[in-house]
Design a protein around this ligand. Sequence first.
Ligand SMILES: Cc1ncc(COP(=O)(O)O)c(C=O)c1O
Length: 435
Amino acid sequence: MDSIINQELAILGGAPAVPTNDLCTDLFKWPIVTDEDEAAVLKVLREGRMSGIGQETREFEKQYAAWSGAKYGLAHCNGTMSLLVAMWAAGVSRGTEVICPNTTYWASATQALSLGASVVFADIDRHTLCIDPQEIEKHITPATRAVVVVHYCGYPCDMDAILAIAKRHDIRVIEDVSHAQGTLYKGKMVGTFGDVAGLSMMTGKSFPIGEGGMLLTSDREIYERALAFGHYERHNEITDPVLMSTLGVPLGGFKARINQACSAMGLVQLKYYPQRIAEIQKSLNYFWDLLEGTPGLYPHRPDPKSGSTMGGWYHPMGLYDPDELGGLPAEMYCRAVEAENGMPGRPANAPLNRFAIFHTADVYGEGHPTNRPKHPVPTEADESEVLGVSTQIHNLSIGIPHFKSYQPEKIECYAAAYKKVALQAEKLLTTCVAS
Ligand SMILES: Cc1ncc(COP(=O)(O)O)c(C=O)c1O
């Protein structure tokens, strides 16, 4: 690595730190689809059983729930739907409020509006990039029904603090595990701490099955409400007398079930998932160990001694401190790294508070904005006081390579790219400012 980091920066005309194009090789290729996945999916296709709830879906739900440590698993057509159903099952309804981190994909939040509830955004913690528990408490009102916590980019939320706050204020905790299948918080799988969890299994995710979602809960009432809302052909599993009186038609008017071909792939993926994420963890931990002590760069991972892990390390990020690099903006740093390794670093999600849907949009033609929390969501003009971290996220974090296989020599080149630019930040800054 030492021979690389002192060379001229690639963005200034030097040789790149990573001379090869590894994008389509085993180093990054995802998902891993083998003959076993193909055979399982083909079986469903040839037997014409893509629709309905058959043995693959039931077995997938059972095995996924058992692996997670939840009592019930309910498969959905996608993660967005699993979270909508989870919200309704947890009691999110007209006039209530849902607190959500300001840094996440829109599908952690937007479905609350479809249920007549309003969304309130809480800031994230600068080190975990997950919702800051102290910020949750600031946003609780008498209307608050639930908080959605997102284990962002695989990092487990501070569940001890979150559960204590939820208990104190009698609000439900909905976990969005879309980035964190297999992530441990103090030795226990995320998705099993709150009242209910929803997660995505679309192709780009760490747990990929095409399109799919999974709802997890250990609460029978929540499970039955989820069945009643979006799973009309499973109403015979419902035992609650009030829900039973509504049998036959889904209460939400949604058909939320998964495609059986995706369940078949899910069963195969689950079989190999623990060993695949162990390989990812080994690779990314090695990458960060190589960068230890590099100014301006810090790993986005929990202390390994805490028993917490990063699961499949989906959408991996690094923490960036521009002050340690003479004020070099993250965007400029990333452009220089891209010149070194040929890969654009994927930035964090844009702050949700800036989207019109949470301010002015009258989605349902009611003559007023659809989102109407007690305290309005801050706009770009007044966001910095309350959402200071999430609105600065693109200067406080950087995308890093998502290694899928442990190839130390390759990983060393990628780490060298990040280190080389950090160590030459001052030169980069002066050259770019001068030109
Ligand atoms: C945090 C988060 N929540 C929810 C979703 C929605 O899942 P899906 O795309 O499967 O509907 C996604 C991603 O796609 C996500 O990243």
